[in-house]
Design a protein around this ligand. Structure first.
Ligand SMILES: *Cc1c(COP(=O)(O)O)cnc(C)c1O
Length: 355
């Protein structure tokens, strides 16, 4: 069998949820499990994050799957309903849709749910992606409260820079200023805001990334935050080459040896979810010690520098990211984010589930 494997730890997710809880104060927690739980598998996340107060997903299908798995907590649909045909299933499965444009109100008015539902009204406080303009808050909230079939309203916004120096204040202050008068519960915090800005907590926080054990920040590691990586992508060396000075390795011969050296070939490529744009020098663990990738990542293989790994050979274990090598470190070296790497784990990679 091809030696690549993703070890996914249910216990690490449970641990990270406890860490999230320790930051959350009185706020309740939606565990964000969209995108196949950031690549970790919806069913595994459901078990690891069973103690969450609710779950947040993108699609009706994900929500229905969670209900089928026995989830009884509230389920938030982060982008709400995509058509009037999704109202009935929302009521049936007791889902909480986000409402972010007027068309969704019209659908609800024409086809009121048979059972009253909770809705989240999303306001745009500066990200300029989804949501009603903050200036329209009074009219939007009034419309929502008057809709037939709406049992309760929570106000919501999303931050564009909670993980950066610019922070949340420029969005949070206008949001709080406008929504405070409604006396309604509100929700704003993603992982970064939950970890760094307690004033964002409100009634419900919505952490995703941190539950999988990655840090949203460049200036604070997951370890420093007390988080444990839930996914370790590992493989083995399946070939060894000896290069002479001047010889190249891989497609386009992007790396050339300056002196004679040994190169290991690892069974992991971009078709497994490893980033193709990772250049020579991306950190990688061989036999538990740091090395670097060499040259271009292939579909099924990549190369590592064994110059200082005399002990390594065919069968030596390699960690691409996870335990001992934070996914953030690999993401930074590859010019991408830990979100993208985790989500991109390919379906062909066998998963070993750990406690
Ligand atoms: C994905 C998402 C989150 C979770 O964000 P993290 O940075 O992963 O914690 C929270 N809220 C909304 C609206 C989202 O789309």
């Amino acid at each position: 069998m091809r030696p690549i494997q993703a070890r996914i730890s249910i216990g690490a997710m449970a641990h990270n949820l406890r860490v999230a809880r320790s930051y959350a104060g009185a706020a309740r927690l939606f565990a964000v499990v969209k995108a196949n739980a950031y690549g970790h598998g919806l069913s595994r996340a459901r078990r690891g994050l069973a103690a969450a107060d609710g779950f947040a997903v993108l699609t009706l299908e994900e929500a229905a799957n969670l209900r089928q798995m026995g989830v009884e907590q509230p389920i938030l649909l982060l982008e709400g309903i995509f058509g009037a045909d999704e109202i009935a299933p929302c009521a049936e499965l007791e889902l909480w849709p986000v409402l972010h444009h007027a068309g969704q109100f019209d659908w609800l008015r024409r086809q009121p749910p048979v059972r009253p539902i909770q809705v989240f009204l999303k306001f745009d406080s500066g990200m300029h992606r989804l949501g009603f303009p903050l200036a329209e808050h009074a009219a939007v909230a009034a419309r929502a409260r008057n809709l037939p079939g709406v049992a309760g309203v929570t106000l919501m916004t999303h931050f564009a820079q909670a993980d950066e120096g610019a922070g949340v204040d420029w969005q949070l202050q206008p949001f709080l200023h406008e929504v405070a008068g409604h006396g309604l519960p509100w929700s704003s915090a993603n992982s970064a805001a939950l970890l760094r800005y307690p004033e964002t907590l409100g009634a419900w926080a919505r952490p995703g990334l941190m539950l999988y054990g990655a840090s949203p920040f460049t200036d604070a590691s997951a370890e420093l935050l007390g988080l444990r990586p839930a996914m370790t992508l590992q493989s083995e060396i399946i070939g060894v080459q000896s290069l002479q000075a001047g010889e190249g390795v891989g497609y386009s011969q992007l790396f050339r040896a300056k002196r004679p050296m040994r190169v290991g070939v690892v069974a992991c490529g971009y078709a497994d979810g490893y980033p193709r744009h990772a250049l020579t020098g991306t950190p990688i663990l061989v036999n538990g010690r740091m090395s670097r990738t060499l040259g271009r990542v292939s579909m099924d293989m990549l190369c590592v520098d064994l110059s200082e790994h005399a002990d390594a050979g065919i069968g030596s274990p390699v960690v691409l990211w996870g335990e001992g090598l934070p996914v953030e470190t690999v993401a930074a070296a590859a010019g991408t984010s830990s979100y993208e790497l985790l989500c991109a784990l390919a379906a062909r990679v066998p998963v070993l589930e750990m406690d």
